[in-house]
Design a protein around this ligand. Structure first.
Ligand SMILES: [Zn+2]
Length: 199
């Protein structure tokens, strides 16, 4: 924890003063243009890979960058999606997968998750991606699964009423990305054009 305290000291001493004007503006303004949905993985930092400032990205991070299809009830992911789209009015939504994803690796390699039942339940939201990958490859192609999963989560996203409404009105665009950790590259999957999103 000590390095976190040192980080806060450095932030207040160096980083904050450099952006004091921005933070003063943001004190009363919250108008991010993009909803970024990424994996909780510590190596995938939305603001770092997009070089964005505070205030620009509304971020949701979940294990495996999964977005459950819409279902009524209290749900943190659904509430955050709705707030970003219907209240903040974001114009773009990115779902970003990544290389060496632990969640996707567990699925691709069929790991025993009996010791992590909540993870096992959660990963069911990637079932359709796994089924498509199994049909197209031998099922163990991690890179293919990561891509299929991004497409599947974009399709899930489109089932949320706020997103469906914004899509119908042309108020929002969906994007599928994959971040490659060793090279730092971001692949745009152009998922908007995929048939899976037509429904
Ligand atoms: Zn991951």
């Amino acid at each position: 924890m000590r390095h976190l305290d040192q980080g806060i000291d450095r932030f207040q001493r160096e980083a904050f003063p450099a952006k004091a004007g921005l933070f003063a503006h943001l004190a009363t303004t919250h108008r991010p243009g993009t909803l970024f949905i990424g994996c909780s993985d510590a190596r995938v930092i939305p603001e770092l890979i997009t070089q964005t400032d505070p205030g620009e990205l509304f971020v949701i991070r979940t294990a495996g960058n999964l977005v459950p299809a819409y279902a009524p009830g209290a749900d943190g992911v659904a509430a955050s999606v709705e707030y970003a789209v219907a209240v903040l009015g974001v114009r773009d939504i990115v779902v970003c997968g990544h290389s060496a994803c632990g969640a996707m690796t567990a699925l691709a390699e069929g790991h025993d998750l009996s010791g992590a039942p909540a993870v096992a339940d959660w990963l069911r939201h990637a079932d359709s991606a796994r089924a498509r990958t199994m049909a197209a490859t031998d099922g163990h192609d991690l890179a293919a699964l990561v891509r299929e999963n991004v497409a599947a989560q974009l399709a899930n996203l489109a089932t949320h009423p706020s997103v469906a409404r914004a899509l119908a009105e042309g108020g929002v665009r969906l994007h599928g990305w994959v971040f490659d950790i060793p090279t730092g590259t971001v692949e745009d999957l152009a998922a908007e054009a995929r048939p899976a999103l037509a429904a």
